[in-house]
Design a protein around this ligand. Structure first.
Ligand code: DP6
Length: 312
């Protein structure tokens, strides 16, 4: 069984230059965590005429569709023909903006490669994961990871050499329900807003380059500031296209994070394609931050691991 961990983007991937190859307009940077993950077991079905896909214990044709399309893609890429049985289980609420597609497709890609006994590098597996879901390219590695824009061959994720044991992300779980608008769809709409989108890409590249510098210095205030601004810019362009992921509770939490800062606590926020807020901080602040969040369900995340084999 392969376990791949969720990653949260500090510099977001938001928009595809090539939809089929899932090539991004901008390089992104993320943190793969230790306690949110997907486990996937893939076995080859000899003589079968279709795949069997069980997600979180159920065989649901609608949910399986994207996975089956992806399996077809993997078969084509790796030149194999057998159908497979996929059993994939998330310990994360599905599609709640907790980036579960990242850990899902990273674990499926890795488990598929293993089932057919291919000897591929992590970068090659990252490319395959990217074809399933862009952000999945980054979940091949634990810790701080970049996914570089580029061509089909070069646009893969790589681990960056930053060891920062004190870094934390606190997930505030506001809504565990299925999100209504997929990031794939929302991104397409953002890209169509050409003028604003071009500005977003330029700002994003600047953020990415600055983030690489401040991360190396482990400057939490600079890391948090850049990540927060980058996330806000993404939500601005999303909202300009008529989609809104933030709800009242998200806004309440955003203001609470700002209040923490005015109380001299190191706390910054980032959000993805859902209402949940993630707080960026370091270990010494966690207790103080949690004292503000007594009525919110939280998950404190540390640095996680590469996608890897685990025993049942
Ligand atoms: C907001 O990777 O889910 O989480 O490639 O269409 O599957 P697809 O998109 P996906 O987008 C994630 C967007 C994000 C930001 C990020 O993780 O970088």
């Amino acid at each position: 069984m392969i376990r791949a961990y969720v990653n949260f983007a500090l510099i977001k991937y938001w928009g595809k230059l090539d939809e089929d190859l899932r090539l991004p307009y901008q390089s992104s940077l993320s943190f793969t965590v230790d306690n949110l993950y997907t486990d996937t077991e893939i076995t080859i079905l000899n003589d079968a005429k279709k795949d069997i896909v069980i997600i979180n214990g159920v065989e649901n044709p609608k949910e399986s569709m994207r996975v089956i399309n992806y399996l077809n893609r993997l078969r084509k890429e790796l030149n194999v023909s057998s159908y497979v049985k996929v059993i994939s289980t998330n310990n994360v609420p599905m599609a709640a903006g907790l980036a579960s597609s990242a850990s899902s497709f990273a674990s499926i890609a890795t488990a598929f490669v293993k089932a057919f006994k291919f000897d591929l590098s992590q970068e090659e597996i990252s490319r395959l994961a990217r074809l399933g879901s862009g952000s999945a390219s980054r979940s091949i590695y634990g810790g701080f990871v970049v996914w570089e824009k580029g061509t089909d061959k070069t646009s893969v994720a790589k681990k960056i050499d930053v060891k920062w044991d004190e870094f934390r992300i606190i997930v505030c779980l506001l809504d565990k329900n299925e999100k209504k608008i997929s990031s794939t769809f929302a991104m397409e709409k953002s890209v169509k807003n050409k003028e604003l989108y071009n500005k977003f890409v330029v700002a994003s590249e600047k953020d990415y380059n600055n983030m690489l510098i401040v991360l190396k210095n482990k400057d939490i205030n600079a890391v948090g500031t850049i990540a927060e601004e980058n996330s806000e810019r993404m939500h601005e362009i999303i909202e300009a296209s008529g989609i809104k992921y933030k709800n009242e509770e998200s806004n309440y939490l955003i203001n609470l994070v700002k209040k923490m800062r005015s109380d001299k606590i190191i706390a910054y926020f980032t959000m993805d394609a859902g209402p949940n807020v993630k707080i960026i901080t370091v270990e010494s602040e966690v207790k103080k931050i949690l004292s503000y969040l007594s009525n919110v369900e939280t998950i404190v995340c540390k640095q996680g691991f590469d996608a890897k084999e685990v025993k049942h």
